[in-house]
Design a protein around this ligand. Structure first.
Ligand code: CAA
Length: 385
């Protein structure tokens, strides 16, 4: 694996860093209070190619691969984690439709997603009774003439109330492919589909600028040509998309942690106690040293998983490891950053309390840490080390 990013990857990283510093950072604290969804920002990021970083050019994407995508997302998360998660899910949905939709389906939706015409993409898998156990979903699609009729409820859907388009999973009775959870099918559904409504918006601990919706599907009609992959293939598609998505969440965790660590180092250089900057006190220096070491390891693991994905090598286990390690350690890094700030860390004048609230969910969404361990252990069982 090449450890140094290429010139092109660095260019994408610089573009994202500049956008994060110019567009996101100045408003991040205010967005945390207002909860305003970043429509204008997402459109501007689309103009920079950041909503389809790894999407093929023929669908309007930047075609820069998974490493550039990870580098970009880390920068955006360092700027504003709420915007980064909307970017991450939108990229995931665009990549999924581009890779597994028919050419006509991909041409219908993907260029409009990556151009920012449709803000944003949503991934409607989870349900009130089917989070970690995704295969236990109850939303049902029954076959009707020329298509399907979807009925049920979806939960924890990032950007669900703003989605121009979403991928929705449902049980399709009577359909069966040869593999496990063979009766699930994935459908592409427009955000304004008749019968689709928002039942509730969650009030969250962090990521206030990202919306999290409960959706109700009340007889939503979807045409046959909007099936992703083929009927009965939905579960495998969800798992493949989540393998890639987990690199995105690992990147988000690294970006949030980097922002918090930078703030803590700055503070520890400025703040003086007992006649010297606190960074010179060994207790503080040791905490920051641990945090910097964990962040470096997390970043390398994340880029390694991205590199494997980009090179079409197996990456499910690497992505699970990267997400597990990055999210668990990003949480600790943000906690250290807050501790270094002392009482100032606990108030809103400094950015680290927001980082600690924002980073917490990276240990939960797109598969909890416990689910990542299941994925890793099952890979070990199959002989992958
Ligand atoms: N790639 C391709 N296929 C896969 C796969 C993968 N990574 N993982 C599993 N499959 C296939 C299996 O091969 C199997 O097919 P066969 O029967 O043909 O072998 C089939 O899928 C069923 O697999 P399992 O028996 O392993 O399924 P399981 O029910 O035991 O569950 C699990 C496995 C890993 C726990 C899965 O349920 C899981 O990942 N759960 C977590 C769900 C999750 O991450 N949700 C996040 C919601 S989305 C979100 O948060 C987005 C957001 O808005 C931010």
């Amino acid at each position: 694996m090449q450890l140094e990013p290429t010139e092109e990857q660095l260019l994408v990283q610089r573009t994202a860093r500049d956008a994060a510093e110019r567009l996101l950072m100045p408003k991040a604290a205010a967005r945390d209070v207002s909860g305003e969804f970043p429509v204008a920002e997402l459109k501007e990021l689309a103009g920079l190619g950041l909503l389809g970083v790894a999407v093929p050019e023929r669908f309007g994407g930047a075609d820069m691969g998974a490493v550039a995508y990870s580098l970009a997302l880390q920068e955006l998360a360092r700027g504003d984690a709420s915007v980064a998660v909307a970017v991450s899910v939108t990229n995931m949905v665009a990549e999924l439709i581009a890779a597994h939709g028919s050419d006509a389906l991909a041409q219908q939706w993907v260029p409009r997603i990556v151009s920012g015409e449709l803000v944003a993409g949503a991934f409607a898998l989870s349900e009130p009774e089917a989070g970690s156990d995704a295969g236990a979903m109850r939303t049902t699609a029954v076959k009707v003439d020329g298509g399907w009729r979807l009925t049920g409820a979806k939960q924890w859907i990032t950007s669900g109330d703003h989605a121009g388009v979403m991928v929705v999973w449902a049980v399709t009775p009577g359909v069966s492919s040869s593999s496990g959870h063979s009766n699930l099918t994935a459908f592409v559904v427009p955000g304004d589909a008749k019968g689709l409504s928002v039942a509730r918006l969650e009030e969250k601990m962090g990521l206030h600028g990202s919306s999290t919706a409960q959706l109700v599907l009340d007889g939503v009609e979807v045409a046959d040509d909007q099936v992703l992959g083929a009927p009965g293939r939905g579960f495998g598609l969800a798992m493949m998309a989540l393998d890639g998505g987990r690199i995105g969440i690992a990147s988000q965790a690294c970006g949030i942690a980097r922002g918090a660590l930078e703030a803590a180092v700055r503070y520890a250089q400025d703040r003086r106690t007992f006649g010297q900057p606190i960074i010179k006190h060994q207790a503080i220096g040791n905490m920051l040293a641990d945090a910097a070491t964990w962040l470096d390891a997390a970043t390398l693991m994340t880029l390694r998983a991205a590199h494997a994905k980009q090179n079409k090598q197996p990456f499910s286990q690497l992505a699970a490891m990267a997400k597990l390690f990055s999210s668990e350690h990003a949480w600790k890094i943000c906690d250290i950053a807050l501790q270094v700030h002392g009482g100032y860390g606990y108030v809103r004048d400094f950015p680290v309390e927001r980082a600690l609230r924002d980073v917490r969910v990276t240990r939960i969404y797109e598969g909890t840490s416990e689910i990542q361990r299941i994925v890793i252990a099952r890979n070990l069982l199959r002989g992958n080390s």
